[in-house]
Write a protein that binds this ligand. Structure first.
Ligand code: NAP
Length: 283
C-alpha cells in the first residue's frame, strides 16, 4: 500500500505560515487583499472563485471581486487591469483564463504588474522564476506540487524527477522548481518516445498531461513518489480522476497523491500565501 499524500495537511501547514504573515501585516495596519478578475460566468471559474474567497476569509485576507461581461472589449479589460494595478489596497490579482475568444489573452496577461501577479501569468513572473531575479510568483498549482513534496519530506536533491507535460502553467514551472532544488529533471510531452521507460526510471513522477488515467501500471516501478496534477471528469466513472490510473498504480509505488483531495486542495492555499507575500513586498 502506498502512502497517500493528501493535499489538506500540506495546505494546513501553508495556512499557518500565511496566518502568521497576516498577523504581522495587520500589526502594521495592512489587510492583505486579493483582487479577483473574472470575465463571464464559466462554472469552473465561479466555483474556484467561491473556494478562493472562502479560504481567504478564513485566513484574514480580504477579496475584491470584479466580474466583466462575457462580451467585454479588450480596451475595457485592460482598463480594469490598470485600475487594479494602481489600487494600492489590492496586493495580488487573480485573473481567470482562458479568456473569451475576442480577447487577446497574452496582451491582457502582460497588462498586469508582475508584483501583483500571484498566479504567475506574466512574462515577468516567468523570468523571476527562471532567473531568481525580479518580481512575480510561480503559478499556484505548480508551486503546490513542490509544497506537497516538501510537506511530506520527499527528498528532491539528487533525485531523478520526471515531469510529464510542458505547459507554461504546470509542466515547465514545476520542472524549473525541481531543478532549483537540485533534482535531475526530465521533461516529457506528447512527442516523447518510450515514455513508460523514462517514467519507470524516475524517483519522482509529476503527471500533468491532462489525459484521464493515461499513466497506467506499466509507467511505474516500486519506490516512486507520484504527484498527479490532472483533474479530469470521467464520464464512465461519473467522478473526477487524475492523469494517473490510481487504482492500478497505488499498489506499486511508494507514495501517491489522490484526485480529488491532492494537489488541487493546495492551490488556493498557495494563492493566499502569495497574496500575503505580495502585500509584504509592497511595504
Ligand atoms: P495542457 O496545457 O493541455 O498541457 C498538457 C501537456 O501534456 C502538454 O505539454 C502535452 O504535450 C502533454 N501531453 C498530452 N498528452 C500526452 C501524452 N499522451 N503523453 C505525454 N505527454 C502528453 O494542460 P495543463 O494546463 O498543463 O494541465 C495539465 C493537467 O492539470 C490537466 O488535467 C488540468 O486539468 C490539471 N490542472 C490541475 C490543477 C489543480 O489545481 N490540480 C490546476 C490546473 C490544471 P505537448 O506539449 O506535446 O502538446
Amino acid at each position: 500500500m502506498a502512502r497517500i499524500l493528501k493535499g489538506a495537511p500540506a495546505a494546513a501547514t501553508l495556512d499557518e505560515r500565511t496566518m502568521r504573515g497576516v498577523a504581522e501585516l495587520s500589526a502594521r495596519g495592512i489587510t492583505p487583499t486579493l483582487g479577483i478578475l473574472r470575465v463571464g460566468e464559466r462554472p469552473d471559474d465561479v466555483a474556484y472563485e467561491r473556494g478562493a474567497i472562502k479560504r481567504c476569509e478564513k485566513l484574514g485576507i480580504a477579496t475584491k471581486s470584479v466580474t466583466l461581461p462575457e462580451d467585454v472589449k479588450q480596451g475595457a479589460l485592460i482598463a480594469q487591469l490598470a485600475r487594479l494595478n494602481s489600487d494600492s489596497g489590492v496586493h495580488g490579482v487573480l485573473m481567470f483564463r482562458p479568456l473569451p475568444q475576442q480577447l487577446d489573452e497574452s496582451a491582457a496577461c502582460e497588462a498586469l504588474r508582475s508584483a501583483k501577479d500571484v498566479d504567475g501569468i506574466t512574462c515577468g513572473s516567468a523570468a523571476a522564476l527562471y532567473t531568481g531575479r525580479g518580481e512575480g510568483f510561480a503559478p499556484c498549482t505548480a508551486e503546490a506540487v513542490i509544497s506537497i513534496l516538501r510537506h511530506y519530506q520527499v527528498p528532491i536533491e539528487g533525485r531523478h524527477a520526471v515531469v510529464v507535460g510542458r505547459s507554461l502553467v504546470i509542466g515547465r514551472p514545476v520542472a524549473m522548481m525541481l531543478l532549483q532544488r537540485s533534482a535531475t529533471v526530465t521533461v516529457c510531452h506528447s512527442r516523447t518516445a518510450n515514455l513508460a521507460e523514462i517514467t519507470r526510471g524516475a524517483d519522482i513522477v509529476v503527471a500533468a498531461l491532462g489525459r484521464a488515467e493515461t499513466l497506467t501500471a506499466e509507467y511505474f516501478s516500486p519506490g516512486q513518489t507520484v504527484i498527479d496534477v490532472g483533474i479530469n471528469f470521467s464520464e464512465a466513472k461519473g467522478k473526477l480522476v487524475g492523469d494517473v490510473d490510481f487504482e492500478a498504480v497505488e499498489p506499486i509505488v511508494e507514495a501517491i497523491t489522490p484526485v480529488p483531495a491532492g494537489v488541487g486542495s493546495v492551490t488556493t492555499a498557495m494563492l493566499a500565501r502569495h497574496t500575503v507575500l505580495a502585500a509584504g513586498a509592497s511595504l
